[in-house]
Design a protein around this ligand. Structure first.
Ligand code: ADP
Length: 157
């Protein structure tokens, strides 16, 4: 049976930290879906459509990866789509506090066999977050190598 995994986030914008987790998860599971969170209440740099387009462009060579979006409760989306695994990335111990709470709550909400799996960040990206990228870029700092080239081009535009 095929193992279907989900990796979700806002991806506003997609960073090399996200890319690293996606490439590694794509090797571990038969099918990986990138679930872009649609939250109209949260102000984003890129619209949902733009974020999905950017992900599709950046991930076009990964044949078992597809891009989707959802709103509302993650567990509802996971149960409805029949995912087996939810992949999360862990950067620092500060992520751990939040992630363990979330994973334990989700364990109550997910269908029985769904597991949350954590992949440790590649140390070269452990400081990297979308909000850090936005802040540095908006203040004129160089973000070369921290987001995929395709994303950088769109940010410049
Ligand atoms: P976004 O930054 O796109 O809003 P989130 O913060 O919701 O995304 O993160 C989505 C997932 O990606 C989370 O599991 C998060 O821990 C992980 N992640 C984000 N940045 C990195 C990174 N630099 N290295 C590893 N995992 C990361």
């Amino acid at each position: 049976m095929k193992t279907k995994a989900l990796y979700s986030g806002s991806f506003d914008p997609l960073t090399m930290g996200h890319m690293n987790i996606i490439c590694r998860a794509a090797k571990l599971y038969d099918e990986l879906t990138i679930g872009v969170i649609s939250n109209p209440a949260k102000e984003a740099m890129f619209s949902l459509e733009e974020r999905e387009d950017m992900l599709k462009a950046a991930l076009k060579d990964l044949k078992n990866v597809k891009v989707d979006h959802f709103s509302g409760l993650l567990a509802d989306y996971v149960n409805r789509k029949g995912f087996d695994v939810v992949v999360r990335g862990l950067r620092a111990t500060t992520d751990f506090e939040y992630e363990i709470q979330m994973a334990q709550m989700n364990a109550r909400l997910f269908n029985e066999s769904v597991e949350t799996v954590f992949l440790m960040t590649d140390p070269q990206y452990s400081f990297l977050s979308s909000s850090m990228i936005k802040e540095v870029y908006s203040l004129g700092g160089c973000i070369d190598g921290l987001v995929p080239d395709e994303i950088l081009k769109r940010m410049v535009r």
